[in-house]
Structure formats: structure tokens, C-alpha cells
Design a protein around this ligand. Structure first.
Ligand code: UD1
Ligand code: CA
Length: 458
């Protein structure tokens, strides 16, 4: 028996007032729709996820690629119509389908698992996940009869003043038996204020046919929050941030002023790490134990080794090995691989460059497209000149090399072990092992020159 999930993501998101399809909006740099698909996968109870796309479908496709199947809703005629688009993909009549909105990023795998479990154990034809909220405005209201059994769902626009008082709402998650799903959807009409096919109408229809309808009532109601506008997006993001920070602090990550710290959903941080204020860590980053990160640091998709410290720095798609110190004001761009016990200091930029053990660039340096060995010291202002306006070239530096202040290393170039580049040199030829390279004009001192100049003036 096959279990399907249908995620509705074809809507434009009119209330967002911008062009990006709503479900592509990011929370902590990750699109809303990606959370839902990932959590469905984490339940390990769904065999196939079908995402219904329509408005700017290529944007959603670029986020999820081949991790899901797609159904296309050319015209957005309502949530009921959207589900119908998946009909051809749902072939196992004995199975079940979970239906979820794509604008509900806080829902987690545990809620989905619990609802699926209840649906199966109680042998419901349809299970609706509901929750009770303080302010139900905008949500479909759950109408129960005298026996507390669900009768129907009434949308905000259709609700009477009395129904509007009801605080139990439809989260938009349904689990339904496949053998009744599409025949019920065929009975939904668009006789309502919006002229749309409301998915919520299946409840009343099934009720009139004496189907067994149950609810799963979610206690942590904020997890069912629907994100319809940019304000709701900011609230959802801060809830998610709070949850992630709480989980990390409880697992042994110290946070100084956690309200200013943003950690992405897929970031892994080991215990005994300290994070200082105004720090963002996102993507698939891994922070090993003993590290100190921040203040004012941004790390994306990077590996930070044990006992590393990074202050006031930007680190993207890079790695920093154990015991290294980075910052303040360092910028590690794509493919910077900093070795163990390095010192990368003020205003140093590193790109597509690896360094060995105990290498130092303490101030004002640019290291790009380079392979650098152990115990190398870059003086203040040292630069790998890697770009001639058209092509990029490599710099290779061996072990124990001293690069003096303001040296320009014009690539392609190789500086071999134990050599020394004199300060102010512009070198464009390879430097053999153990060599002192000086490439600068000799100094000329014109003695007494200033006195002569002063006399002329008079
Ligand atoms: C919907 C429910 C409401 C529930 C709320 C929970 C209906 C009629 N109403 O309202 O009862 O309380 O969610 O958040 O279902 N979509 C499509 N195609 C369409 C229309 C929508 O794919 O033609 C998608 C949207 O992209 C969105 C989801 O369906 O991800 C829900 O649509 P939305 O317009 O946000 O519904 P709500 O008004 O929030
Ligand atoms: Ca919504």
C-alpha cells in the first residue's frame, strides 16, 4: 500500500505583494517549500511526494529539482482544484494521501507522523489536522456538531459572525484514503465568495455521505502557522530561530544575546561552542567543539574545526581547520581552505586557496588561487596577483616561506621551500628553494637635498 503526499505550491501569493512565488520565500535562507518536503521525507512514512506547481513553476522546480514529482496547475482555481491536478500520479487506490499547504514552514515531522498514525489506527476515511489559536482570522473554522464531531469547515469569507468566534482552525493538513479522494473532489463546486474550488468543502461532502472523519488536534499551534504575507514570514522566521537556538543551547552551545543570533535549520554545532552576538550561520555548516564564533560573523556552507575562533568575519563555502584564528574583518570566499593553527587577520581576503599548518597572514593580504604550505608568513599587504583581466593563474608556495610586506607575487608562479621574498618586491619569476628574492629598485639617497631646495625658494 502506497502513501502519497501532495504539497500545494501553485499559488501566486497575492498577499506577499511581490513576484516570487510564495512557497519559494526563504526562512533562515532556506525556501519554505524545502522545509515541508524535507520534513515529509523525515517521517519515513511517505513513498512519493507530489508538489503542485503553477505560478512561476520553474522557481519551485529549481529548489526541489528531482527530489519530488510534479503536477501542474495552469490556472489557480483554488486548493480543491490544485489537488485534482495530482490525480494521474496517484495510482494505488488502497493507499492514502496526506495533503499539505506549501506555505506552512514550521510544521515538523513529529506532527506529521502523529497525524498519520492516528489516521491509520482509527481507520478514518479523512483526518483533518486542526489547532486552537488566539486569533483565528483568515483561517477556515472547524464547525463541530452537538456530539463534538466535525461537520464542515467554513472559510473566513463565508463565516457568520458567530462562526468567526470559533478558535479551532483548519491547519490545511488532511490525510485521506485514495479511493475517495478524487470522486469527492469532483463534487466540489465554486459557489462561494471567491469563486474558487475550496478543498475544505470535501469535509461537508464526506460528512453527508457518512464517511468516518476525525481530527488530530495540534497542541503547539504556532507550528501550523500559514505564511500569507511578509509580516507572517518574519514572525515564522523568528519562531524558527528561537526553536533552533533553544535546541542548540540545551545541547551545550553557549549563546550570548541569542535574539541576535541566527542559525540555519541544517547547521550542526557541537557542544562547548560559544556564539557571540550578531552572528549568522547558515547552509550545511558544521562547527566543531570548542569553537568561538562572532560577534558580527556570517558563515555559510562552511566547516569550522575544533577550537577555531572567528571574529567579525565573512566565511562562505570554506573550511577552517582546528586551532586557527580568523579575523577581525577577514573574508573567506568560495573555496578557502585554511589549515590548522593558522592566523588570518585583519582585512585579509582568501579565495580558492589552501594553506598548510601554522601559516599566517595577519594583516591586509589577498590570497587567491593559491596552494600554500606550512609555516608560511605573509607580511602586511602581500598579494597574489592572480588575474590579468582575462584569465586567472595559480600561485604555489612551499613550506617555511617568508613573504615580506607589500610583496606582489605575479601568477603563475612557484615559490619553493625556505625562501624569502623581500618586502616591496614584485616577483614574476619562480623562486628556488632557500633563495632570497629581491625585486625592487635600489634606494638612492640624495644627501642635503632638502636644504638646497629650501635655499632656492628664498
Ligand atoms: C487555506 C484553507 C484554510 C486554512 C488555511 C491554513 C482553503 C480553501 N482554505 O487558506 O481553511 O485554514 O489554508 O493555512 O483551502 N494553492 C494552489 N493553487 C490554488 C490555490 C492555492 O496551489 O489554486 C496553494 C498555495 O500556493 C498555498 C496553499 O495552496 O501554498 C494554500 O493556499 P492559500 O491561498 O494560502 O490558502 P489560505 O487562504 O491560507
Ligand atoms: Ca495560506
Amino acid at each position: 500500500m502506497k502513501s502519497y503526499a501532495i504539497v500545494l505550491a501553485a499559488g501566486k501569493g497575492t498577499r506577499m505583494k511581490t513576484d516570487l512565488p510564495k512557497c519559494a520565500y526563504p526562512l533562515l535562507k532556506k525556501p519554505m517549500i524545502a522545509y515541508i518536503v524535507e520534513n515529509l521525507k523525515n517521517t519515513e512514512l511517505i513513498d512519493e511526494t507530489i508538489v503542485v506547481v503553477g505560478h512561476k513553476k520553474e522557481v519551485i522546480h529549481n529548489i526541489l529539482n528531482n527530489s519530488v514529482s510534479y503536477a501542474i496547475q495552469e490556472e489557480q482555481l483554488g486548493t480543491g482544484h490544485a489537488v485534482k491536478m495530482a490525480k494521474e500520479l496517484i495510482v494505488d487506490q488502497d493507499g492514502l494521501t496526506a495533503i499539505l499547504p506549501g506555505d506552512m514552514p514550521l510544521i515538523d515531522e513529529f506532527v506529521l507522523k502523529a497525524a498519520l498514525d492516528k489516521h491509520q489506527k482509527a481507520n478514518h476515511d479523512l483526518t483533518i489536522v486542526t489547532t486552537v489559536v488566539e486569533d483565528p482570522f483568515g483561517y477556515g473554522r472547524i464547525i463541530r456538531n452537538g456530539d463534538n464531531v466535525i461537520d464542515k469547515i467554513v472559510e473566513e469569507n463565508e463565516a457568520s459572525p458567530l462562526e468567526k468566534e470559533i478558535k479551532e482552525i483548519n491547519t490545511g493538513i488532511y490525510i485521506i484514503k485514495n479511493n475517495i479522494l478524487f470522486e469527492t473532489l469532483d463534487k466540489v463546486n465554486k459557489d462561494n465568495s471567491k469563486g474558487e474550488y475550496y478543498l475544505t468543502d470535501i469535509v461537508g461532502i464526506l460528512k453527508s455521505e457518512n464517511a468516518l472523519i476525525g481530527t488530530y488536534i495540534l497542541k503547539t499551534s504556532y507550528k501550523a502557522m500559514g505564511v500569507n504575507d511578509l509580516y507572517a514570514l518574519s514572525i515564522a522566521e523568528s519562531k524558527l530561530r528561537h526553536d533552533i537556538n533553544m535546541r542548540l543551547m540545551k545541547s551545550g552551545v553557549a549563546m550570548i544575546n541569542p535574539d541576535t543570533i541566527t542559525i540555519g535549520h541544517n547547521v550542526v554545532i557541537e557542544e562547548n561552542v560559544t556564539i557571540y552576538p550578531n552572528t549568522y550561520i547558515t547552509g550545511n555548516s558544521l562547527i566543531k567543539k570548542g569553537a568561538a564564533i562572532g560577534p558580527n560573523t556570517e558563515i555559510h556552507h562552511s566547516y569550522i574545526g575544533e577550537n577555531v575562533s572567528c571574529k567579525h568575519s565573512l566565511i562562505f563555502n570554506s573550511t577552517i581547520q582546528e586551532e586557527s584564528k580568523v579575523g577581525p574583518f577577514a573574508h573567506l570566499r568560495d573555496g578557502a581552505n585554511v589549515g590548522p593553527r593558522n592566523r588570518i587577520g585583519n582585512f585579509v581576503e582568501i579565495k580558492k586557496t589552501s594553506t598548510g599548518y601554522n601559516t599566517k597572514a595577519s594583516h591586509l593580504a589577498y590570497l587567491g588561487d593559491a596552494e600554500i604550505g606550512d609555516n608560511v608568513n605573509f607580511g602586511c599587504g602581500a598579494i597574489t596577483v592572480n588575474y590579468d583581466g582575462t584569465n586567472k593563474y595559480k600561485t604555489i608556495i612551499g613550506d617555511n616561506v617568508f613573504v615580506g610586506c607589500n610583496a606582489n607575487l605575479i601568477a603563475p608562479i612557484e615559490i619553493h621551500d625556505d625562501s624569502f621574498i623581500a618586502a616591496g618586491s614584485t616577483v614574476n619569476k619562480n623562486v628556488p628553494k632557500g633563495t632570497l628574492a629581491i625585486a625592487r629598485a635600489y634606494q638612492v639617497n640624495k644627501e642635503n637635498y632638502m636644504n638646497l631646495k629650501d635655499k632656492k625658494k628664498k
